[in-house]
Ligand binder design. Structure first.
Ligand code: 13P
Length: 254
């Protein structure tokens, strides 16, 4: 069985002091035993990571941490960028790659996403690889094709052994930050198609092991139905992960 993953993508929210308060409050809101069943990750802005790492290590918290982006390069003249080497040194387990906000606002295409996937894997950080369609694609009923194409593009030259360590996230763009959550069966449809694509590319052992998350307006009131779907193994949570109490409530249901 796949161990569910609940990952909080804070986006550009919470400074390093607020980060400590939120993680501490969250971690102590759930019983230690809970974390044996479900893995919970927080994905703060770069400026918070060192503080969160220190807190997690110091208090021996069961929460893990990661980042929201990385450079495809290891070092060099890339002003403003942060590399996988640096994130690995800070103990990051996960890094978000291919988020729709990066694809849209920063113009990241499948080639860039693929390069970032390779950069993360190279440094032993598991990419949380996001795919998802806009409203126009959904209305034209091309969402399955769109998402599986994004997946194939992102996984170019990724081996089966590497693919087994990746986490996928289906995030329909029209459901992000809009309060408009995809129906549980809509989430299941695309997540099943992503798993079928993994099977085609890497075989059934890999496809059965990879965790596929749903993201888009997930909160405590809808998480149960979503993670109850056969091919949905957790959630990538934006807004609701900023509030320690709500994030704990949501996690407890997952
Ligand atoms: P919201 O949960 O705020 O809709 O954000 C979803 C998301 O983009 C997570 O990566």
């Amino acid at each position: 069985a796949r161990r569910p993953l609940i990952a909080g993508n804070w986006k550009m929210n919470l400074n390093h002091l607020e980060a400590i308060a939120v993680v501490q409050k969250f971690a102590f809101a759930l019983p230690e035993k809970y974390f044996e069943r479900v893995e919970v990750a927080v994905l703060p802005p770069f400026t918070d990571i060192r503080s969160v790492q220190t807190l997690i290590d110091g208090d021996k918290l069961s929460v893990v941490h990661g980042a929201q982006d990385l450079s495809p390069h290891d070092s060099g003249a890339y002003t403003g960028d942060v590399s996988g080497v640096m994130l690995a040194k800070l103990g990051c387990r996960y890094v978000v790659v291919g988020h729709s906000e990066r694809r849209e606002i920063h113009g990241e295409d499948d080639a860039v996403v693929n390069a970032k996937v390779h950069a993360a894997l190279k440094h032993g950080i598991a990419p949380i690889l996001c795919v998802g369609e806009g409203l126009d694609v959904r209305e034209a009923a091309n969402h399955v094709q769109h998402c599986t194409d994004q997946l194939r593009g992102a996984l170019k030259k990724v081996t089966a052994e590497q693919a087994a360590t990746i986490v996928l996230a289906y995030e329909p763009v029209w459901a992000i930050g809009t309060g408009r959550v995809a129906g549980a069966s809509d989430a299941q449809e695309v997540c099943a198609a992503l798993r079928a694509t993994l099977e085609e590319l890497y075989g059934s052992e890999v496809s059965r092991g990879v965790r596929i998350l749903y993201g888009g307006s997930v909160k405590s009131s809808n998480v149960g139905e979503i993670v109850g779907q056969t091919d949905v193994d957790g959630a990538l949570v934006g807004g609701a992960s900023l509030d320690a109490e709500e994030f704990a409530k949501l996690s407890a249901i997952a």
